[in-house]
Design a protein around this ligand. Sequence first.
Ligand code: SAM
Length: 178
Amino acid sequence: MGDRHMFEGNVTKFLNPACVITLHTNSTRLSPGDISKYGKIRFFSIDGGHTEAITANDLRLAERTIATGGIVALDDILHPSWTGVISGYVRYKREGGTLRPFALVPNKLFLTDGSSVASYRSFMRSEFPHLTDQQDREFIGDMVDVFRELLPERPRWTSRFKTKVRKRVKKIKRLMRH
Ligand SMILES: C[S@@+](CC[C@H](N)C(=O)[O-])C[C@H]1O[C@@H](n2cnc3c(N)ncnc32)[C@H](O)[C@@H]1O
């Protein structure tokens, strides 16, 4: 976990703290049973140790604890500074991991179980056609769709203001040349 204080603040702000169980521990010391005794996991975010060994460990934990249709988000999958993450994903696949990717979004790979992958792929295609960058790209033994970032819409007045400023700057430059 990163900043526990910030985490608890966000739990209070966005969730019902009475419904949240925090396991403050090292993921490599957790067994699947330590997690699934609280129920099957519907969303599993992996963003802890960015080494090959820890990433592979966390993917195995996720595989063994998610519900059917559960989603696993693997952070920093293509981050150029955190090469342990992609290495861990490759190791997990090579060792027979069964999670399947269905979307590569900026900075994260979304995975699910084999029986749910097709429905998530078609959901993403139908819900986010404007964000689809590439379809059916090879990704370490699977095919995956690639999505771009959803950028906040710029209010119209900002672009009008920018155009005005650009025109003025051009005019001033022209005048200065004469
Ligand atoms: C990139 S930070 C992100 C933390 C969290 N996702 C957040 O946004 O606050 C990674 C954190 O995971 C912790 N960490 C590293 N290896 C871990 C492991 N095996 N189990 C649990 N936490 C780990 C690190 O100490 C660090 O604080």
